[in-house]
Design a protein around this ligand. Structure first.
Ligand code: 4NP
Length: 150
């Protein structure tokens, strides 16, 4: 199972989701079965994780890679993943534009795993990294539960 979380810049929300999910997967003993990564529809491919996200991950004792740089979601990525999860409806729109649709029905909105049809707010603009953390943490736990049951 390959999961890719997607946001706009791949510096705030999707790296937060990547490292929260990796930690949950590790704790569940599923690291050899579930692979997790992240990308951004407009990622510049040289930016490091935003300090607000690093601070939040550190606060919750979640390990992350300090050296990783942002990665752009590209058309060829569609076939590499089983689940492509956008943080907001704009991301979903952009991913579908890049891919040219969603023929295999594998693009999902992050909060839909909690039964909520809404965006994960972008802390790049809101500066509310802990609010974003709570949303993403909840959605990752719901996602892992769903995967474990299937
Ligand atoms: P993200 O947040 O999509 O959650 O990574 C953003 C990061 C960078 C920019 C916008 C949003 N930016 O305009 O550089």
């Amino acid at each position: 199972m390959n999961i890719n979380f997607v946001c706009l810049g791949n510096t705030c929300r999707s790296p937060m989701a990547e490292f929260i999910m990796k930690n949950l997967v590790q704790q569940a003993g599923l690291a050899d079965k579930i692979s997790v990564s992240s990308s951004g529809t407009f990622a510049d491919e040289f930016s490091h994780i935003h300090c607000g996200t690093c601070h939040e991950l550190t606060k919750h004792e979640i390990p992350f890679d300090d050296n990783r740089v942002s990665k752009r979601f590209r058309r060829a990525d569609y076939s590499k993943y089983d689940l492509i999860i956008g943080m907001d409806v704009g991301n979903i729109w952009d991913i579908k534009n890049i891919v040219g649709g969603d023929p295999d029905n594998k693009i999902f909105l992050m909060m839909s795993f909690c039964g909520e049809n809404r965006d994960v707010d972008d802390p790049y603009y809101t500066d509310k990294y802990s609010v974003t953390y709570n949303d993403i943490n909840r959605a990752c736990k719901a996602l892992l539960k769903k995967i474990s049951q299937s």
